[in-house]
Design a protein. Sequence first.
Length: 62
Amino acid sequence: MPDCPICGKPVVKPTPGAPRGAYPFCSDRCRQVDLGRWFDGRYAIPAEEAEPDEDDPRDGRG
């Protein structure tokens, strides 16, 4: 049984065809806490800077 990523309580994985509920969280509250962390910027997806395109007029070299 997986654990809730917010509070660590056990989470019951829904069966196929059943409503998803708050999965992978244990409750709607934990789901909302996670969403709030995304909005606050506590979570981020790492990205690499793209190389400038020589033909792109938006790069300021044109």
